[in-house]
Design a protein around this ligand. Sequence first.
Ligand SMILES: Cc1cc2nc3c(=O)[nH]c(=O)nc-3n(C[C@H](O)[C@H](O)[C@H](O)COP(=O)(O)OP(=O)(O)OC[C@H]3O[C@@H](n4cnc5c(N)ncnc54)[C@H](O)[C@@H]3O)c2cc1C
Length: 466
Amino acid sequence: MFTLSFDQKILGRFSRFLGPDQIVTDPEQLDMLSWDALSKGRLHPLRKPDVAVPLCVVLPVSTREVREIVLLANEEKVPIVPYGGGSGLMGGALSIKPGIVVDLRRMDKVLEIDSEARTATAQAGVVLEALEKELNKKGFILGHDPWTLPVATVGGAISTNSMGYRAGIYGSMGEQVMGLEAVLPNGELLRTRAVPKSSAGIDLKFLLIGGEGCFGIITEATIRTFPQPEQRALHAVLFESFEKGYKAIQAIFARGLRPALVDFGDGDDEFQGGAVLYLAFEGNRQVVEAQEKLASSICDQAGGRRLPQEKAERFWRNRHIIARRFIQNRRQRRERGMDGVYWDWIHVALPASKVLPFRKSAIEIIKRRRVQLQESGLWIQPELFSMRLGIEDEGANNAQLALEETVDELLRLVQKMGGSMEYTHGVGVKLASLMAEEHGYGIEVMRRIKQVLDPNNIMNPGKLGL
Ligand SMILES: Cc1cc2nc3c(=O)[nH]c(=O)nc-3n(C[C@H](O)[C@H](O)[C@H](O)COP(=O)(O)OP(=O)(O)OC[C@H]3O[C@@H](n4cnc5c(N)ncnc54)[C@H](O)[C@@H]3O)c2cc1C
């Protein structure tokens, strides 16, 4: 007797409500969408995830279709991976079990721009840059401005609670969300009210903000937007050392100034030993001028030397170049680090009082483990600290292990010092094993919520340590 294979059965059921161009089974496409922007060289060699070829990719165009897909996946007990721009760096959109990739990029409509409310409502698959362009036509900006503006989607940015170059005044993507619509793992529809503040119980949008698709699929969001800034002031300032620059940044915040951007680091080859601060203020002209003046005098007093204006302008102009390159070399990026030159980074949040002590201890750990420190830096706030590390194999074959053990030791030290192991890229599979230490009993709370909403564990299983 002829029996349908499991895959054929699923495809047959999808074809009842999706058109042929909404179901992808081409092996090359399946391979491409089984992976995101995580490089293999950044994985701990003893904790490599199993990667599976998806059964298929589906491309819904409406919330109704997303619901049908989730209900079917539940009946058949097949895992689902929500997929946006695929630019996540932690493996949140990796297929680690054969399942259904739900690619949301055809849900690409900007549904409403409400100029009076200063909000935009968009489907989850809208690419951030497309939303930005629509808003610009009406005199507004999105505010959220990550490197990956040309590729990341509204849903992906909310699901990772991503942060961009101007987060100092506009906040992270999660902070911009007023309300959202999502299909929960059991197929029910959750709609939270698009208001700036409510005290009517727990705000359930936080199940989805930073949820990496484990608690549902975001289908729509209403986002706070901002008027086009009248003025932007950019500065590049050189400090003799990281510590001196850090003190200046702390003083800027202590005086109540709110730079849109702080980008500070000691990795510029042109100024070895020194550290360069890129500072941006934007918004109302008078406010920008007053903030700029005060910030300049603080930097002068701390021994900062203003660099040519063109350096600051170039930095700003080029901020999305790396993402445009990523669009061209997605596939190669996956293999990065497999040629014996490994690099990885940490982006951690610490109390401001702990940043310099952490940096000092981290440098000792890095030296002891014979790993190279390429840069340490800050982004947006003095509390948000990063380090880029590298190592070459030189035939010893244990370099990747040495690098990843160093990363683990640094992240555990951050947690011990009261900080958080990641402030912007999420957890995915890369940091899943550290989630219990990060959250204590909190991870159990997350697991129980997930069990209730997702009894068949179909929604992006294995991510966030769930
Ligand atoms: C070169 C480069 C530069 C980067 N720069 C930045 C930066 O400046 N700031 C920053 O924060 N990050 C940055 N990133 C990381 C990445 O761009 C962000 O994490 C981005 O927010 C991911 O959006 P995406 O649409 O590509 O999501 P994806 O990678 O597709 O997905 C990310 C996670 O969200 C889930 N997901 C996707 N869509 C939905 C949905 N609709 N509902 C529920 N879950 C969903 C996925 O399952 C996955 O877990 C960078 C990445 C690269 C490669």
